[in-house]
Write a protein that binds this ligand. Structure first.
Ligand code: ARG
Length: 455
């Protein structure tokens, strides 16, 4: 059944029909579509355009269609074109010609914009839950490895010692920002487009404010032409998704390199590793490699949609039908990735003997320079002098602490007295007491702040 057959002769071309149809993917909007239509029937009755009997018949029919979808009994047809047509076609079969009153004053343009916003709200809720689960796993592991130290890296070169918990929590905060971004996106998208009609608004006195309340929107869109063409919320959601992908990918990359034999810091559990078909000894971090790989497709979806949107003339154009597949795939992909990453984090073990053994004296060079600063040496000079000591140790092939004492005394007599006590990674970590740093008290405060985000 075509909704627009009146002025057409003959059948659409078969290729065109398949090309035009979105039912193959937008059937997933059935719940939002039915919810929107039930509320619309209410608004039509409220405006005196449906009798209460007609409204009840429509709403009962819609309830039945929802059941058919949920039980997998709904008969999808290519000729239905899209979900909006499919629901109306079925309603007609179930309740007869009164079904034809449901679309009064409504267009698929304001309808699809409404459905998609309802879907996006649901998706944001589920993403938030999945992000929280991962945040919990990171906190639990940070608590478990609170006392362990590891090398912190810049440029992937050993830099300064840090608590393992500090590294784990460094992956917590990006996810917190992702959650905030999603809520911000939700706040902006939660305005009702329904009542915008095809583009110029509803002529039959529909109460949009009532509709908005019924459907859980915070208000109504202020311009009908904008309302039917605005897909900013999809682009924003795809950006949020792409950035979540980037964050997960960076976490995955850490775990991939830290689980190599060369690092040996992390062991992923068997449940999140796979073997090689050829090399019996292999244990591959496929879960993390796929996580890293899927970030690419999430970024691609964002770029794809922005490209679709950029040249569109005002209001609805069929190009906009291209918004759905990237959106659905972004949400599906993230809802697949997030539980895997959460599970991999929750079940990994850290070899704290190896992380501790990877700390070397040179990583305390900054602390030695800081010590000289405390003795009144300008930092630039201290940096230079400690650099010379590092070089001397390298040339002799010894650790810093094993340098001949007279070399240290030449730099500063008081430094030589303190020398032996400086080669303690724990001491280094405890020097950094400012908010957000590595000392035990600062780390404790950070853990508490992180936990508070999940309350
Ligand atoms: N399937 C369409 C879409 O997803 C629904 C809106 C169709 N509107 C129209 N004027 N043909 O965009």
């Amino acid at each position: 059944m075509r909704l627009w057959g009146g002025r057409f002769e003959g059948q659409p071309n078969e290729h065109m029909e398949r090309f035009n149809a979105s039912i193959g993917f937008d059937w997933r909007l059935y719940e939002a579509d039915i919810e929107g239509s039930a509320a619309y029937a209410e608004a039509l009755a409220d405006a005196g355009l449906l009798t209460t009997d007609e409204r009840d018949a429509i709403q009962r029919g819609l309830g039945q269609i929802l059941e058919e979808f949920e039980q997998g009994r709904f008969d999808l047809r290519l000729s239905d074109e899209d979900i909006h047509t499919a629901v109306e076609r079925r309603l007609h079969e179930l309740i007869g010609p009164v079904a034809g009153k449901l679309h009064t004053g409504r267009s698929r343009n304001d309808q699809v914009a409404t459905d998609l916003r309802i879907y996006a709200r649901m998706a944001i809720r589920r993403l938030d839950e999945a992000l929280v689960e991962l945040q919990r796993a990171l906190i639990a592991q940070a608590e478990r490895y609170r006392d362990a130290l590891m090398p912190g890296y810049t440029h992937l070169q050993r830099a300064q010692p840090v608590p393992v918990a500090h590294w784990l929590l460094a992956h917590f905060w990006p996810l917190q920002r992702d959650r905030e971004r999603l809520q911000d996106c939700r706040r902006r998208l939660n305005l009702l487009p329904l009542g915008a009609g095809a583009l110029a608004g509803n002529a039959l006195g529909i109460n949009r404010e009532l509709l908005a309340r019924t459907l859980g929107f915070d208000g109504v869109t202020p311009n009908s032409m904008d309302a039917v063409s605005d897909r900013d919320f999809v682009a924003e959601l795809l950006f949020c998704g792409a950035l979540i992908g980037v964050h997960l990918s960076r976490l995955a990359e850490d775990l991939i390199i830290y689980s190599t034999a060369e690092f040996g810091f992390v062991r992923l559990s068997d449940a999140y590793s796979t073997g090689s078909s050829l090399m019996p000894q292999k244990r591959n971090p496929d879960s993390m490699e796929l996580t890293r790989g899927k970030a690419g497709r999430l970024i691609g979806h964002l770029l794809g949609l922005l490209t679709v949107l950029k040249g569109l003339p005002s209001t609805y154009n069929k190009d906009l039908q291209e918004d759905k597949e990237p959106l659905f795939d972004t949400i599906d992909t993230l809802l697949l990735m997030l539980p895997v990453v959460s599970g991999a984090i929750a079940s990994l073990t850290i070899d704290t003997a190896r992380t501790q053994a990877a700390l070397d004296d040179a990583m305390l060079a900054t602390d030695i320079a800081d010590e000289l600063v405390r003795l009144g040496v300008p930092f630039r000079e201290a940096h230079h002098q400690v650099g010379a000591l590092v070089k001397a140790a390298e040339q002799r092939g010894v650790a810093l602490r094993a340098l001949p004492p007279e070399l240290v005394r030449d730099v500063h007599p008081a430094l030589a007295e303190r020398w032996a006590g400086l080669f303690d990674a724990r001491r280094s970590v405890e020097q950094r007491r400012v908010t957000g740093a590595t000392a035990a008290a600062a780390l404790q405060a950070q853990l508490e702040a992180a936990r508070a985000c999940l309350e």
